[in-house]
Design a protein around this ligand. Structure first.
Ligand code: F6R
Length: 609
């Protein structure tokens, strides 16, 4: 949802800005631009499309300067074009603004500013900020930005520069992420940590409504009223290497291969020597946990699919009813939430606008909210009552992979904790599940070790396949849904997931020899039923690609392609079964020549509603 960066310091400004934008490109890639302040004027370069176009333009015609701001865009208001690309200037060209978020009252502000004589050059909501700051500027840029933000409705992370001041960037935020990396004699403003890591690991996190004045040697912050405040500081543990490709062709492939580690790290330290599940983040006594009568999971996209896995686990192990809701629906449907409800908000980024709004809604209604996130210090960590971190490391590929399996690992821990507190699983049963969980990283490694069958299968479907169906039953349904989401988002092949038993109630009409069916048919209670469903679709001409349990030789009779996974308890199948489906989507998309890390129209962190 757009990435912004700003640099003040002794290094070559354009180098820092372009490298920072490269690390933020996962947030949007419709257009990119920079504005650099030099000897009393601002030079701006903007290009439509990927950052590489901007990099090429700057290489051809270098821009010098003392400070600068940059932006990589995910279009919300106005199509991707050079005029709509950031930075946006005011009428005089002496103020430049980059923005992530949505100014909801921009039409009203634009009309007001136009009536006062301002000329707009783009269709964006952001340009209203440039003109608003211009109208309020009386020699103090920070004050003008602060006064401007008081007129803005909606969300913003802003970086603003003025031609008169060759040493200061003004940064401000509300409901959109913004951090400031504190270096030695240099400071860097950015939407996300990877953009600053090359320069520093010391991070200052701006809070909603705050405005920061950033120079090479100082950062001073005021609140919305203009009163000085002290901000929280953080030290980032992971290094730049973790946010780079490390020899893999794409971030997505690297992150798929990081799943053994992500799952292992997420489970680490969760089982005490006395056999009790360790989850102090719940911040509840055992009696309080035992008193939970309902669980509601709120999440979007891939995180929602992890939530669907949790439904099966928590209901089966802890005998607590679970509802799973898409955040953008939950917040608007007058949900029934009470003091005995635990709301679990799953969000990799911790910044998804609808999930954050749902967290506020749930807390206002008296529920305790537990967040599961991958990003330390993200918004959700400040809004929830407790936080479980998935220790997956930074995920740069837009399609979630390692964070999905790490989320499920965290949800296993939560489900076991609930079951233990309620006494619904015996110590021996808990121990049995735990041993199975501990084996999962090794199982994923085995799946990753042999990708030959997958590549062969993918090759066959790279051409001419426009649509596909994904089937599963029970705990295999969310896995099928996630497999379908992966395929559609990175290969642009239509993919629809269904509980296999529902096929006969409509979707079977879609079956032709050109609509392959991907099924999760691992060993378990509904194995025979899934096999029957496979027979039904094959009888109607479908080709099938089946995820099955190693040693199941019968399944080859019902499948054109079998993707084997090592045997686990049925309840633990979602993690191993997700991996071949991620790889299948990956190889099909690669064979089609798609950009798997940056699929069209998407962005990693959805900070707008
Ligand atoms: C799909 C994907 C998205 C996210 C969704 C929620 O691969 O990544 O569907 O899962 O946008 O994002 P978070 O988990 O950050 O709230």
């Amino acid at each position: 949802m757009c990435g912004i960066v700003g640099y003040v310091g002794p290094k070559r400004v354009t180098d820092v800005l372009l490298a920072g934008l490269a690390r933020l490109e996962y947030r949007g890639y419709d257009s990119a631009g920079i504005a650099v302040v030099h000897e009393g004027s601002i030079e701006t370069v903007r290009r439509v499309g990927k950052l590489s176009h901007l990099i090429g333009a700057v290489a051809e015609d270098p821009v010098e300067g003392s400070i600068g701001i940059g932006h990589t865009r995910w279009a919300t208001h106005g199509r991707p074009s050079e005029e709509n690309a950031h930075p946006h200037a005011d009428c005089t060209g002496r103020i430049a603004v980059v923005h992530n978020g949505i100014i909801e009252n921009y039409t009203e502000l634009r009309e007001e500013l136009q009536a006062a004589g301002h000329t707009f050059r783009s269709e964006t909501d952001t340009e209203t900020v440039s003109h608003l700051v211009e109208s309020l500027y009386a020699g103090d840029l920070a004050e003008a930005v602060r006064l401007a933000t008081r007129r803005l409705h909606g969300s913003y992370a802003l970086a603003v520069v003025h031609a008169d001041d060759t040493g200061t960037i003004i940064a401000a935020r509300r409901d959109s992420p913004l951090i400031i990396g504190e270096g030695a004699g240099e400071n860097i403003v950015a939407s996300d940590i990877p953009a600053v890591l090359e320069h520093t690991r010391e991070i200052l996190v701006l809070e909603d409504g705050q405005v920061a004045t950033v120079t090479a040697d100082s950062i001073s912050v005021v609140d919305a009223e203009g009163l000085p405040v002290t901000c929280e500081r953080m030290h980032v543990e992971w290094d730049l290497e973790a946010a780079e490709k490390g020899g893999y062709e794409d971030f997505m492939l690297k992150e798929i291969h990081e799943q053994p580690k992500a799952v292992r790290e997420t489970l680490r330290g969760r089982m005490g020597e006395d056999g009790t599940v360790q989850l102090s983040e719940l911040a509840m006594t055992t009696e309080e946990v035992a008193g939970i009568r309902r669980v509601i999971v709120i999440a979007c996209g891939t995180s929602y699919h992890a939530g669907l896995v949790a439904k099966t686990l928590v209901e089966q192990w802890a005998r607590v009813p679970v509802e799973v809701d898409v955040s953008s629906e939950f917040r608007y449907r007058d949900p029934i939430v009470g003091g005995d409800t635990l709301v679990v908000a799953i969000t990799q980024s911790g910044e998804t606008a609808d999930t954050l709004a749902s967290v506020r809604e749930a807390r206002d209604r008296g529920a305790k909210v537990l967040a599961i996130t991958n990003v330390v210090g993200s918004r959700v960590t400040r809004e929830a009552d407790g936080v479980i971190y998935t220790h997956a490391g930074p995920e740069i590929g837009v399609a979630a992979t390692k964070t999905f399996t790490a989320q499920i690992a965290a949800l296993y821990v939560l489900a076991l904790k609930l079951a233990q507190a309620k006494g619904t699983l015996s110590p021996a049963q808990v121990q049995h599940v735990w041993s199975g969980l501990m084996a999962l990283p090794g199982i994923i490694e085995r799946i990753l070790g042999d990708q030959g069958a997958l590549q062969e299968c993918a090759d066959q479907y790279k051409d001419g396949c426009l649509s596909s169906l994904f089937l599963g039953r029970g705990i295999g349904v969310p896995v099928a849904m996630e497999g379908a989401l992966k395929l559609k988002e990175i290969s642009y092949i239509h993919a629809e997931a269904y509980p296999a038993g529902e096929m006969k109630h409509g979707p079977i009409a879609l079956i032709t020899p050109h609509v392959p069916v991907v099924a999760v048919a691992t060993k378990g209670r509904t194995y025979d039923k899934v096999v029957s469903n496979l027979q039904e679709v094959r009888a109607r001409g479908a080709e099938t690609i089946v995820v099955a349990t190693e040693g199941d030789t019968e399944i080859v009779k019902h499948a054109e392609h079998v993707l084997y996974v090592p045997e686990t308890d049925e309840d633990l199948v979602p993690i191993p079964a997700a991996v071949p489906l991620q790889l299948l989507a990956y190889y099909i998309a690669k064979a089609k020549g798609c950009n798997v890390d940056q699929p069209r129209n998407l962005a990693k962190s959805v900070t707008v509603e």
